[in-house]
Design a protein around this ligand. Structure first.
Ligand code: KMH
Ligand code: ZN
Length: 306
């Protein structure tokens, strides 16, 4: 069986601190968590920056630099910073980390969609920080904008610094966007797709929808590798389908706060351990960071600017 790349998405910009005491948001917590995930078998960690004072999503380059260089000093895991940022960031703020730190890989959101988090307000009533409730409520009128001009600017910037775009696909039309970008020369194959399932505003997390995405990509794109990132309770089931279909798996507290029903995960590393345990039962071995670099044709950690 070929190797599976396990990715740990440490913190994101979806969950807020009051939803789990285990959600890391200071640089030190993120560095420690990244190392724990590496030791648990993750080949890639995906990182957002957050304000260390109150856990609010941040595009501050100094925070990204502190986290990425801190992780690199501990272990040679592949680090994929976000260019998705948060609902409160401009495209320029979102792409700044790629220009500044020239990472091996960065997320690239392949199209626009509603990105709604407001329904969680039915579950969470008390908040520790004043920003949390307004942030979540504000997503009722938020469109996650990734129009073609921004897709052109983001892909051009990543090409210039040799950062591989991890192409986040939230719905089937986003695959067509990528086919257009390939035809225009902005993206070069082999591509690396991250099918993101279960975001309210994007494609639901079902096996049928995932198979539709895979088959559409096989029809519309040339050579590609792919992974699955599913939200909440769909994280592990859809990750198993991914492995069985020859894909890779992303877990982490960015996408799911739980280890199992009703049990909060104490770190993304616990989810990595569970994912690798399940994978091994099915005959899949985790790829090392260097194996992931080979599979994804990354430039190497010696060529980053952090
Ligand atoms: N938050 C995930 C649903 C990004 O950071 O650019 C998708 C994601 C994209 O991680
Ligand atoms: Zn993210």
């Amino acid at each position: 069986m070929s190797k599976v790349i396990f990715t740990a998405a440490l913190t994101g910009a979806i969950h807020t601190p009051s939803m789990s005491p285990y959600l890391p948001f200071t640089p030190q917590q993120l560095i420690d968590d990244a190392e724990r995930c590496y030791n648990a078998g993750a080949a890639v960690v995906h990182v957002h920056a957050r304000n260390p004072e109150n856990g609010s999503p941040s595009s501050d380059g100094a925070i990204f630099k502190e986290v990425l260089s801190g992780v690199k000093a501990r272990c040679k895991v592949v680090i994929t910073p976000t260019t998705g940022g948060s609902p409160t960031m401009t495209p320029e703020e979102r792409i700044a980390v790629v220009r500044a730190l020239e990472p091996e890989m960065a997320t690239f959101n392949a199209g626009s969609l509603n990105f709604a988090l407001y329904p969680v307000l039915q579950k969470y009533k008390e908040f520790k920080y004043e920003w949390e409730e307004a942030y979540l409520a504000g997503t009722e009128s938020f469109i996650f904008s990734n129009h073609f001009h921004s897709l052109h600017v983001f892909s051009k910037t990543m090409n210039e610094v040799g950062a591989r775009p991890e192409l986040e696909i939230y719905d089937v039309g986003h695959i067509n966007n990528l086919a257009q970008l390939v035809s225009e020369g902005y993206l070069k194959e082999p591509l690396y797709l991250q099918f993101v399932l279960g975001i309210l505003g994007g494609i639901p997390a079902t096996t049928n929808h995932l198979m539709h995405l895979i088959n559409t990509a096989r029809n519309q794109l040339g050579d590609f590798r792919w992974s699955v990132c599913a939200a909440g309770r769909f994280q592990f089931p859809m990750g198993v389908v991914a492995m069985l279909e020859g894909g890779f798996m992303r877990v982490g507290l960015e996408d799911n706060l739980y280890l199992e029903k009703g049990v909060l995960a104490k770190s993304s590393a616990e989810q990595i351990e569970k994912a690798i345990r399940i994978g091994r039962e099915l005959g899949f071995e985790p790829a090392t960071p260097d194996e992931a670099r080979e599979i994804l044709q990354l430039k190497g950690i010696d060529k980053v600017k952090y």
